[in-house]
Design a protein around this ligand. Structure first.
Ligand code: GLY
Length: 141
């Protein structure tokens, strides 16, 4: 893999970018661990999203996402990596993070497999702190 980072995405970044990348990694980790509590904490309740599971619809709110967390996980925990993340701040309170996400897991036959997605995630600093407010994920076959 030539574009995967060999160190955490937040390393060697300006502190503001490092903070957002660490939050984004925490969000991705909460997804692979099916950790609803952390995911819910990091997201604004009005989260909007385009993702393949929504079959071309914009989904709003948390219920759509909770369904997948409630399925739980079995077997080894997958590993999610942000590759070559790009961070753009719009003023001091909005950040747009774009990257390719690799998820390493075992397939149905127990063979290691990697899925690849393009993701853009938007974070908004609210009174309670940074909250995830929108994302768009496209699977890269
Ligand atoms: N499907 C939840 C997420 O990617 O944030």
């Amino acid at each position: 893999m030539t574009n995967a980072q060999s160190q955490p995405a937040s390393a060697t970044r300006p502190p503001q970018e490092a903070e957002i990348l660490a939050l984004n990694q925490r969000l991705l980790d909460s997804i692979v661990h099916a950790d609803w509590k952390t995911y819910e904490e990091l997201c604004d309740p009005t989260l909007s999203a385009f993702e393949p599971e929504a079959r071309g619809r914009l989904v709003e709110g948390m219920d759509f996402h909770r369904f997948y967390f409630e399925l739980g996980k079995s077997g080894p925990v997958p590993q999610a990596t942000m590759c070559t993340p790009h961070v753009r701040f719009l003023g001091g309170d909005v950040a747009v993070v774009s990257y390719v996400r690799l998820v390493q897991k075992l397939d149905e036959n127990g063979v290691p497999a990697t899925s690849v997605s393009e993701e853009t995630r938007v974070w908004h600093r609210l009174a309670a702190g940074w909250r995830h407010v929108h994302f768009h994920r496209s699977n890269n076959p």
